[in-house]
Design a protein around this ligand. Structure first.
Ligand SMILES: NC(=O)c1ccc[n+]([C@@H]2O[C@H](COP(=O)([O-])OP(=O)(O)OC[C@H]3O[C@@H](n4cnc5c(N)ncnc54)[C@H](O)[C@@H]3O)[C@@H](O)[C@H]2O)c1
Length: 294
């Protein structure tokens, strides 16, 4: 089946980016959020990114306008009805995702393919909850979706070869490097990256170094483009905490357990860059390490 219209559920950090690149690839896009405020925030992020691309001479104004014109924001699930592919990029919470699919599955045309951008939940649990487990796969993008080249494409036990082919074709047309990943919690990248970020938080708790010393050390000593605590702030500490909980529940290994500092920061509403404060305070010109009292 050829794709002409793509639905994105969730317009946060990931969803707005996936909506933008889908529109840039030429498809009509419907972006669904929970309320007008969240929707305006998501659309606002897309407009800002397009504005920046024009400013930097990477895109013509007319092209940016055309991309924006292909994105239709809504709070109504009904507008997803004629999408050929629906990708969910909503909060990392299985119950919330299942409640969403129950609504979307009943509305969207039966031949459409569904995909989850989950970072840590096994795909089968969402696929099996719908009436079309054969047309369900994992499409795991990376943050920011506009920039990061990788797409993990996940075939769960029920995914048909046709749905898998559509996912691969979608990734290819977005210009992504497509890697096939097994339906194992965390797939390839987060199986390796999540324990690393959690361990950086534990190293900080254990006094191996200050926040910026740990980040500077891993940038300079391992040639990473950003340190692990900055990376955690970029992922979103609420999302990282949810991912850790899912992976710990799945594997029961300490390396996936959320360190107390992470849980406390999430309880305080410090979600990282997106909320203005995490391991760093982003309110000034430059990020400043947060005093966590350790
Ligand atoms: N942050 C990352 O680095 C990253 C990377 C890859 C994948 N992911 C995954 O992508 C998903 C989204 O993560 P995020 O970082 O964008 O989170 P986020 O908190 O930035 O955004 C989630 C958005 O989903 C919206 N939402 C919740 N329920 C909804 C519903 N029923 N309909 C429409 N919108 C709804 C929320 O209002 C929020 O704006 C998660 O599954 C996460 O694991 C995150």
């Amino acid at each position: 089946m050829a794709i002409s219209k793509v639905g994105i559920v969730g317009g946060g950090l990931m969803g707005h980016g996936i909506a933008q690149i889908s529109a840039q690839a030429g498809w009509d896009v419907v972006l669904r959020e929970v309320d007008d405020e969240k929707l305006a925030k998501g659309i606002g992020m897309i407009e800002k990114q397009l504005g920046r691309a024009v400013e930097k001479g990477k895109m013509e104004q007319a092209d940016a306008d055309a991309v924006r014109g292909r994105i239709n924001g809504t709070t109504d699930y009904g507008e997803l009805a004629d999408c050929d592919l629906v990708v969910e990029a909503m909060t990392e919470d299985l119950d919330q995702k299942l409640a969403m699919w129950a609504e979307v599955d009943a509305i969207v045309k039966p031949e459409a393919v569904f995909a989850t951008n989950t970072s840590s939940l096994p795909v089968i649990d969402q696929a099996a909850s719908t009436s079309r487990p054969d047309k369900f796969l994992g499409l795991h993008f990376f943050n920011p979706a506009q920039v990061m080249p990788l797409l993990e494409v996940v075939q769960t036990v029920t995914t048909s070869e046709e749905a898998l082919a559509l996912g691969n074709e979608f990734g290819g047309q977005l210009g992504k490097t497509v890697v096939a990943a097994k339906d194992k919690a965390g797939f390839i990248v987060n199986r390796l990256l999540v324990p690393y970020m959690l361990d950086a938080i534990r190293a900080y708790e254990e006094g191996f170094g200050s926040i910026d010393e740990i980040d500077v050390a891993m940038k300079g000593g391992a040639a990473h483009p950003m340190g692990p605590l900055t990376l955690a702030d970029f992922v979103g500490l609420d999302t990282l905490n949810s991912i850790a909980q899912v992976m710990f529940a799945e594997y029961a290994e300490r390396r996936f357990a959320a360190p107390p500092t992470l849980r406390k920061m999430v309880a305080a509403g410090w979600y990282g860059k997106k909320s203005g404060k995490g391991f760093y305070d982003y309110s000034g010109e430059k990020p400043v390490p947060t005093d966590l009292g350790l």
